[in-house]
Design a protein around this ligand. Structure first.
Ligand code: TRP
Length: 365
């Protein structure tokens, strides 16, 4: 049988999704979904993982499940093609994590760069909750439970995929070929790998207040773009401006195509010419921001409208999620059966084991 092509990916429900999520992963997921190249697609709302650093804020996680689901649907994730489900509803994932814990050392987890930075960000240095510390293991369970071959995520997830592959190799080495090694799929455009916040800081984050959300109103969107960080030394229109570290140009790198010039700024043929003019001097920030505003509205407007439609029937979305959980649970249970067999903990379905032991004891051992 030809090996199935399976996608698993997901997001923590700690807030609405923003354009960093969109260019980093969401947009790609929709393209992959619609390419018809994949046999199965699982999109997970990672609430259990969100709780690893939001223990005392369950209400936040609970409220954001629907926000993330709405963002998915608004972007074009189609529940008839992709299974959207909620992590905590699949008990098999906990069981799998428990077995994987035996395959990973404490020092290996300590070396995981994403965990390292996150520990610093959350001031966990002196007392790290075990659940948070081990979330890369649970993430390996998420991925392997669905026998995922492809995991489209942002660059920050690379260490998680490396750790997953180590677990898979170790498991298969000890217990025999059972689990599938996944491949990471990163955005192909450098600007999309890590979209900075509107203030020019390295990452979009809710706590920094530098996000543009997918559900942003048209007015708010334009306001945020107008106040974006550019080149602080570009004071007058005639001054030469810098492109590097200029957030407006980074966003253009991520969102702009040549057709956009025909539509909104036809005095330039392409982004290179626009950049060159900015660098020479004589091009004001406002003009570039207006152009970016038009492009972003073209991209986000339809997403916003679709979201409003889905918001009209919230119970239907919970129904869809419930069905998704059922489908996901079935898939994970299949893998768990393989895992239990491989690990020799499938006592009751192994008639040979029982017969063999019965014989041994009868021989009076
Ligand atoms: N760690 C991911 C994030 O923070 C969410 C996630 C949990 C995930 N499990 C996953 C992503 C498995 C891909 C595959 O966004």
């Amino acid at each position: 049988m030809k090996k199935e092509k399976i996608i698993l990916t997901g997001d923590r429900p700690t807030g609405k999704l923003h354009i960093g999520h969109f260019v980093g992963s969401l947009k790609r997921r929709v393209e992959l979904q619609n390419s018809g190249e994949f046999d199965k697609i699982f999109i997970m709302i990672a609430d259990a993982q969100a709780l690893t650093d939001n223990v005392d804020n369950p209400e936040k996680v609970r409220q954001n499940i629907i926000e993330v689901a709405l963002d998915y649907l608004a972007c074009g994730i189609d529940p008839t093609k992709s299974t959207i489900f909620i992590q905590s509803q699949i008990a098999e994932l906990c069981e799998l994590s428990f077995y994987y814990m035996n395959l990973v050392t404490v020092s290996r987890l300590q070396r995981n760069p994403t965990v390292k930075t996150e520990i610093q960000m959350r001031n966990f240095e002196s007392s790290i909750p075990v659940g948070f510390f081990t979330y890369p293991i649970s993430q390996a369970a998420d991925i392997t439970a669905f026998k995922a071959t492809t995991v489209p995520v942002g660059e920050d997830q690379k260490p998680m995929l490396e750790q997953t592959n180590e677990i898979v190799r170790r498991f298969n080495h000890i217990y025999g070929d059972t689990l599938v090694e996944p491949e990471i799929l990163l955005p192909d455009n450098a600007a999309c790998l890590r979209l900075p916040g509107t203030d020019g800081k390295a990452k979009m984050s809710k706590s920094l207040g530098n996000c543009i959300y997918l559900s942003e109103s048209a007015d708010e969107l334009q306001k945020k773009i107008k106040s974006m960080y550019t080149d602080p030394d570009h004071l007058r229109v005639q001054d030469p401006g810098k492109i590097e570290g200029n957030t407006v140009f980074t966003y253009l790198d991520a969102f702009c195509h040549n057709e956009h010039f025909e539509r909104y700024l036809n005095e330039y043929p392409n982004l290179d010419e626009l950049k060159a003019h900015y660098q020479r001097g004589g091009l004001g920030d406002m003009k570039v921001k207006k152009f970016l505003g038009a492009i972003m509205e073209e991209q986000l407007g339809p997403i916003r409208e679709r979201r409003k439609e889905f918001e009209k029937d919230i119970p239907a979305i919970y129904e869809m999620l419930k069905k998704g959980c059922d489908t996901a649970r079935e898939a994970a249970a299949d893998t768990l059966a393989d895992v239990r067999r491989a690990m020799k903990i499938n006592y009751f379905e192994d008639a040979d084991l029982i017969a063999e032991q019965a014989k041994r004891f009868q021989m009076g051992e």
